[in-house]
Design a protein around this ligand. Structure first.
Ligand code: RBV
Length: 432
């Protein structure tokens, strides 16, 4: 769908073999996507279609790209974060699979957006799969002719899928303004994705990134988790599982109560700032940890962000406060020296720590998350024209189908309702 040679936009095509080994390794733990590859190569739901993806370029994403290819799609892929690309995986997809990959680890902001624009091709894709909303917003800017340049507008895609909560919130704001031009399915809102991906996937992989980057012992440490949504819950539980004392901060009274009832200490961030030894933001909001908090933090405090965008920790404030910076004290860890001699350690430049300092979610998690998205995209390929341009839930059958397929591969059987139970549940007559 694009004219560029695939090698031009990736770091090193020579890494393809190393990438292939890791893709194969992940694929072994992705039974749902393996089953879908078989189904899609028979049904070819995407025959003749182009799919533009903006996702973290990981081994699991590569398995998804192959499933889409098996279904007949022409696939292009840009990164959904400038630091999360795994260059060996980008090489394997570009060299071995004919996927048009525009992704290199460590690109600047301009190149990041150029790569997304390239992934959209010259005509525009039929379907999109996004993570955070950068591809969909870039695409919208190019649906109308850029008058100054006199360029040709892209055609409107049939539909798309959004992977993450931050992206869904952004799309809802677009839809509310009447700016969304095509239907998008909010994959991150399904119960299965929330449970498996947000809670368990984020919980484990954020701790993985924190440990790899800082090497800290969590047992006995005071860990502050800002935000107790489905991601923050998983992070708090995992940190507690490793023996940390976990303080939670929230703005939502229901979530705060949930945290209290699960045995966490709920504090304001101002209260928690001088107590915490590790801070992890997972709010999806901006300006959560600010100069005011940094001013009272303990020497050696570690700051990490798990949110999609790098806006939760005020990195600029930290740079301004610091009298000295020691970059790379460990991979993905920079120490900031404050005028009074305290040092604060910032991980992954304040970007999403589980994907920058670790490998992201484990394959078992992404199997379900991407399985749901692959099924949703195939459904859109046949049904998108019936949907108005808005944010739509994943059709409920898809969640159940994904769970059923995974249970089948595990050899786990479940009961079904008897006719008597079905009649009971359908009636309002019988009480006690
Ligand atoms: N995520 N992808 C991976 N291993 O490919 N790990 C995490 C991976 C996704 C996750 O599903 C969520 O939608 C998003 O990254 C957060 O940016």
């Amino acid at each position: 769908m694009n004219g560029g040679s695939p090698d031009e936009y990736i770091a090193d095509p020579g890494l393809a073999e190393a990438g292939e080994r890791r893709i194969q390794y992940s694929q072994r733990s992705m039974p749902l996507l393996r089953a879908l590859a078989g189904r899609f190569s028979a049904d070819r739901p995407f025959d003749g279609m182009t799919v533009a993806a903006c996702l973290h370029v990981t081994a699991e994403t590569a398995v998804l790209a192959r499933v889409l290819r098996a279904g007949g799609a022409d696939v292009s892929l840009a990164a959904s974060n400038p630091l999360s690309t795994q260059d060996d995986i980008a090489a394997a997809l570009a060299v071995r699979d004919g996927v048009a990959v525009f992704a290199r680890a460590g690109v600047d902001r301009r190149t990041y957006y150029e790569h997304i624009a390239l992934a959209l091709g010259t005509e525009g894709p039929d379907l999109v799969i996004d993570d955070g909303g950068d591809l969909v917003s870039t695409l919208h800017e190019r649906l109308l002719p850029p008058r100054a340049r006199g360029g040709r507008p892209l055609r409107t895609p049939l539909g798309g899928c959004e992977s993450t909560t931050t992206g869904v919130l952004r799309l809802r704001r677009m839809a509310a303004e009447g700016a969304l031009a095509f239907p998008v399915i909010a994959a991150s809102d399904t119960p299965v994705k929330r449970m498996v991906d947000n809670t368990h996937g984020t919980g484990q992989s954020v701790i993985d990134g924190l440990l790899r980057a800082s090497g800290v012992l969590l047992a006995g440490k005071t860990v502050v988790v800002a935000g107790f949504g489905s991601c923050g819950t998983g992070i708090a539980e995992c940190a507690r599982g490793l023996g940390a004392r976990v303080l939670v901060t929230e703005v939502d009274p229901v979530r705060a109560l949930d945290a209290v009832l699960r045995g966490f200490e709920v504090r304001t961030l101002a209260e928690a700032a001088p107590l915490g030894e590790v801070f992890i933001t997972a709010t999806g909001s901006a300006e959560v940890i600010t100069a005011e908090h940094m001013a009272v933090m303990r020497d050696g405090a570690i700051l990490a962000n798990a949110g999609h965008f790098d806006v939760e920790i005020d990195v600029r404030a930290l740079e301004t406060l610091a009298v000295g910076v020691h970059p790379g004290v460990r991979p993905h860890a920079d120490a900031f020296e404050l005028p009074d001699g305290r040092r604060l350690l910032l991980l992954a430049e304040g970007r999403v720590v589980n994907l920058v300092a670790a490998d992201g979610h484990p394959p078992e998690v992404m199997d379900l998350a991407f399985g749901i998205e692959a099924l949703a995209l195939a459904w859109l390929a046949g049904n998108a024209e019936k949907l108005p341009p808005d944010v739509h839930p994943v059709p409920p059958d898809i969640d159940a189908e994904a769970a059923r397929l995974v249970l089948a591969t595990l050899g786990t059987e479940i009961d079904s309702l008897t006719p008597a139970q079905r009649a009971y549940l359908a009636s309002w007559h019988s009480g006690s």
